[in-house]
Write a protein that binds this ligand. Structure first.
Ligand code: ACO
Length: 429
């Protein structure tokens, strides 16, 4: 028999049923708490709150486990492609040969953006952060494909909207980069797969065709797979919250992109490199920055360190660190920032402050080193994260709207403002 949790309040006992997940994780259901006791739960930052049941991604933060649809991230990073992993997340199973070919072909079919959308790039100042234009343009896609703005698309519409978003986002990102460097847009090519197509749109020019390097393609592929989902993180929860009002997928994902942008979330990959460059400029004194990160009067943190869920290691960081080492070796690049990052990791992992708080490098700590080696500019690092996270956002939005028990997201609060006060006329104040 499943356990119950008893809440004893004011002499009244409320039985709260316990829900058990596939891997044995447990939660007790407080849905009746307010109606039966008048109490709500208070949990700033949702540190201890489950917002939904989900069958997409499993994380065990203590053991450093991450699985998409049951498959360990290490196996996907080694054997899968981003497109195949996207299918896995969105449809819940690995595709067979025919399904993968059809899915891949649909990416090429939908890779162009409406020519009118190119005007967006002219309308934004050249200094626009690419996350701002990405968020705006993803939302604007709803204007170009109004037939797909559905509260609850059928299977065929869902297939189209998913593939369209995944494919067009890559084109939008590459075009926004070309705009910032003043080069002509390079259109997607039908003969190239997802990652090579992106690299070609980013780095080819009429005078300098881009030479694809297998190791670069593979490194980006691995990064995108590692970023593809991470259950109820800040941006995915945002997508679900916005979508819970029945806002369409474009609008929901546009909001998710904004949530991802913050330096405590997907913007951390940019912040890590800015931090390392700052340390380098300052003479390379890692200890000084570690001391600052520990000082409660100093607002700086060790960017790329710490995680709400992982308390021993982040399995993605482990894979990325090795991937960065391998790629730089293959390309014959020596990046002093990688040395600095390793030095910083060693020092922090020996420091009592970081040990006692279980703070380890997260996914963002080494990813920037790879982006730099590939030639991706700093302000596009969070954009790379967004391209990677797209399948996860789509999968969560789809799971949510197809769940008949889903309700609009609407948390409560404890009001701590002024008591009732009468309005005072302006001349009497
Ligand atoms: N540097 C220094 N101290 C830290 C760091 C850090 N990077 N991260 C956490 N701490 C400290 C906090 O000050 C706090 O100390 P205290 O208990 O003495 O008050 C303790 O560790 C717990 O930290 P919280 O902020 O309560 O942890 P939370 O789970 O809320 O935050 C977060 C997680 C946001 C990732 C945090 O570790 C952080 O800011 N890291 C740096 C930014 C970063 O790398 N973000 C990317 C995360 S991965 C991702 O989103 C893709």
């Amino acid at each position: 028999m499943a356990d119950n949790v008893q809440v004893n309040y004011n002499g009244k006992i409320l039985e709260c049923p316990v829900t058990v997940g596939t891997e044995g994780e447990k939660a007790f259901d407080i849905a009746k708490l307010r109606s039966q006791t008048g109490l709500i739960t208070l949990d700033p930052g949702f540190s201890n709150t489950g917002s939904c049941k989900s069958a997409i991604t499993y994380i065990d933060g203590e053991k450093g486990i991450l699985r998409y649809r049951g498959i360990p991230i290490e196996q996907l990073a080694e054997h899968s492609t981003f497109v195949e992993t996207a299918f896995l997340l969105i449809y819940g199973k690995l595709p067979n040969h025919g399904e993968l070919e059809a899915f891949s072909a649909a990416f090429n079919e939908h890779s162009m953006i409406h020519e009118d959308m190119k005007n967006f790039f002219d309308a934004y100042p050249a200094s626009t952060h690419p996350m701002a234009s990405l968020s705006a343009m993803v939302c604007a896609l709803s204007a170009y494909y109004p037939e797909l703005i559905k509260e609850n698309p059928n299977q065929k519409e869902m297939d189209r909207i998913a593939v369209q978003l995944l494919s067009k986002v890559r084109t939008i990102c590459a075009f926004s980069y070309k705009k910032t460097i003043g080069e002509p847009f390079v259109y997607p090519r039908y003969d190239l797969h997802y990652v090579p197509n992106f690299l070609n749109m980013m780095f080819s020019s009429p005078t300098h065709p881009y030479k694809l390097v297998d190791e670069v393609v593979r490194a980006l592929q691995v990064l995108l797979i590692l970023h593809a989902d991470h259950e109820q993180n800040c941006s995915t929860s945002t997508v679900r919250l916005v979508g819970s009002s029945r806002a369409n997928l474009y609008a929901s994902i546009s909001a998710g992109i904004c949530a991802l942008w913050g330096p405590l979330h997907g913007g951390a990959n940019q912040a890590v490199i800015e931090m390392l460059e700052g340390i380098q400029r300052d003479g390379g004194d890692v200890a000084k920055y570690i001391t600052r990160a520990k000082d409660k009067n100093d607002h700086s943190r060790l960017m790329g360190f710490g995680h709400r869920v992982y308390k021993n290691f982040d399995p993605r960081a482990k894979i990325i660190k090795k991937c960065a080492d391998d790629l730089l070796n293959k390309l014959g690049i020596h990046d002093p920032l990688l040395d600095l990052a390793k030095h910083m990791e060693d020092a922090a992992l020996k420091d009592e402050y970081f040990i006692s708080r279980k703070l380890y490098p997260n996914v963002d700590f080494y990813s920037g080193i790879i982006y730099r080696a590939v030639g991706i500019p700093l302000n596009m690092f969070p954009v790379m994260f967004a391209i990677g996270r797209m399948p996860g956002w789509i999968a969560h939005w789809k799971e949510m709207i197809q769940d008949p028990t889903n309700k609009i997201g609407r948390p409560f609060q404890i009001y701590v403002g002024a008591k009732m006060t009468d309005y005072v006329q302006l001349e009497q104040r």
